[in-house]
Design a protein around this ligand. Structure first.
Ligand code: F3S
Length: 395
């Protein structure tokens, strides 16, 4: 693998032990995947933040790196943590969890990482442009960056994204090469998709057959919110990192002989049932997977205007989007109706089961797919408006 003089010096330890270690990991990865060289990247988005997911072993690893002088060289952001940094007491977490989580965050802070704590950095102004190389790890953010923004990233792990943050480079292979950004699975859709959850169900269905392939959709006309839901689901049931929508996404490349799949209402109904679409109503409503956008919170506020919730509602978003919701008056409407907006965390990476919750209602296929496994809760999946109207009354 070709390394520039600067990269060789970094590997040899001239830039410190941590940079050398990070470079060693990236070079090893590059060799595994046949990368001819490294490429500069403009930002890193790092997963592996919640104490629920990485525990003490992960915290020790991050502290060790921070003590060895690791400092990020490019704009670097992190995924949600296991708790809201201001409202953790309301979440019923024990001291060990809070301390463990704080230790992880202190290590990231010491390394100079932006404590963005969101899986949707593109909602807080981090929007790499068409053709820009980045190293992102959160699967829903990766697929959004590649597909909706046209940026170039592989599905990094938390560790490889951190190594890119420390060095400023990522191995040049996979989705960094235009020649690999070609769809080999063509999905022809003939179904009525009217809500982001319909797109999420489509993504969940196709993710199961697509595996790691690039997917091209024909016959749909999604909004940005729909694209976000579609991508997050594709990256959950499958390992999809890039999709195209004809006439919508900035890129559209189809292989000469793609495999074609037709999807209609019947397939979507079957997929919805797998995700809890016919499940009985649940104890708690959780919204915001991926993290809720200001548009989604605005929509929620409009539905809840002059209504009162009959069951708990937790909304998850970034601190910046919550700030916008405060200014626009959405937070007040939602809280007056009995809901809560949590920042920095989500229903999957926080220990929601420790809050005494055993079943949740969601409008997200990703949350519906992961919550039973990761949080041991039963799930009901339905459109946002239906969930909220059923769980509230006019005042
Ligand atoms: Fe984000 Fe949590 Fe869903 S990190 S994509 S809200 S599982």
């Amino acid at each position: 693998m070709y390394l520039t003089k600067r990269q060789e010096r970094m590997l040899a330890g001239e830039f410190g032990e941590a940079s050398s270690k990070a470079m060693e990991i990236l070079v090893a990865l590059g060799k595994i995947y046949g990368a001819p060289r490294l490429v500069r990247c403009t930002s890193a988005q790092i997963s592996g933040v919640s104490y629920k997911n990485i525990g003490d072993a992960g915290a020790d690893f991050l502290w060790d790196l921070a003590q060895k002088g690791a400092r990020v060289r490019i704009a670097s952001y992190i995924n949600p943590a296991g708790m809201d940094l201001n409202r953790f007491e309301e979440m019923g977490l024990d001291r060990k969890f809070i301390e463990g989580q704080n230790r992880i965050l202190q290590a990231y802070r010491k390394m100079g990482v932006n404590l963005s704590l969101t899986c949707a950095p593109y909602q807080i102004g981090v929007e790499p442009r068409l053709g820009e190389h980045v190293a992102w790890a959160e699967s829903s953010a990766v697929i959004f960056a590649n597909s909706v923004l046209g940026a170039m990233t592989n599905r990094e792990s938390g560790v490889s994204a951190l190594c890119s943050a420390i060095t400023g480079y990522t191995p040049y292979y996979g989705y960094h090469l235009t020649s690999n950004r070609v769809a080999t699975l063509l999905v022809r859709v003939d179904a009525k998709l009217t809500d982001p959850v319909d797109y999420a169900i489509l993504g969940s269905h196709i993710g199961r057959v697509a595996g790691e392939r690039v997917v091209a959709f024909r016959g749909i006309n999604p909004t940005r919110e729909d694209l976000k839901a579609l991508g997050a689901a594709l990256a959950s049931t499958g390992a999809v990192a890039l999709f195209f929508v004809e006439g919508v996404t900035p890129e559209w490349r189809l292989s000469d002989r793609p495999e074609a799949v037709d999807v209609g209402q019947a397939e979507l109904k079957m997929e919805a049932d797998k995700l809890g679409g016919s499940a009985p109503s649940a104890e708690v409503i959780t919204i915001g997977c991926p993290h809720a956008s200001i548009q989604e919170i605005g929509r929620l506020a409009r539905i809840l205007t002059n209504r009162r919730l009959t069951k708990p509602l937790y909304v998850y978003t970034s601190r910046q989007v919550k700030g916008q919701a405060d200014q626009l008056g959405y937070t007040k409407i939602i809280e007056d109706a009995g809901g809560k907006i949590f920042c920095d965390t989500c229903m999957v990476v926080s220990p929601i089961d420790r809050m005494g919750v055993s079943s949740i209602e969601v409008a997200s296929a990703k949350a519906a797919y992961y919550s039973p496994m990761m949080s041991h809760v039963n799930v009901r999946l339905a459109p946002l408006e239906k969930i909220i109207l059923e769980a509230s009354e006019a005042v």
